[in-house]
Design a protein around this ligand. Structure first.
Ligand code: 5GP
Ligand code: ZN
Length: 116
């Protein structure tokens, strides 16, 4: 996708602080971190969101989840972390290329969903 910011990062047209890369997947630090550890895990393949995944993506998605916990521990989240996948307008997605947020650090993260 020509104008997708995460495709551009995957193609190295935009620099990123990369922490992992293989043929299918890239992980890099979020430009606006919400906690001491905050990186994004993306497929290099342009998939718009979790609402757009297909059966053919099953292996890729499994690989991404396994990498999420491995990289989280490597980045210093041995005591836990939060994994967020914002999906679509209601989910607050801003970049329409599937990405997992992995967020953590030393302190317990604040609650997320506010009732009321
Ligand atoms: P969303 O709301 O779509 O789940 O989150 C998009 C995330 O991408 C945000 O946390 C934002 O800070 C991050 N982001 C947007 N543009 C860039 C960029 O050019 N580089 C990096 N590293 N992160 C970005
Ligand atoms: Zn893309």
């Amino acid at each position: 996708m020509d104008n997708c910011i995460f495709c551009k990062i995957a193609r190295r047209e935009i620099p990123s602080n990369k922490i992992y890369e293989d043929d299918e997947i890239l992980a890099f630090n979020d430009i606006n971190p919400a906690a001491p550890v905050h990186f994004l895990l993306i497929p290099k393949l342009h998939i718009e969101s979790l609402a757009d995944v297909q059966d053919s993506h099953q292996n890729l998605l499994g690989k991404m989840l396994l990498l999420a916990q491995k990289l989280a521990k490597e980045q210093g989240c041995e005591e836990g972390f939060r994994t967020i996948i914002n999906t679509g307008r209601v989910g607050g997605q801003e970049v329409f290329h599937l990405h997992f947020h992995i967020i953590g650090g030393r302190e317990r993260l604040p609650g997320m969903i506010h009732h009321g």
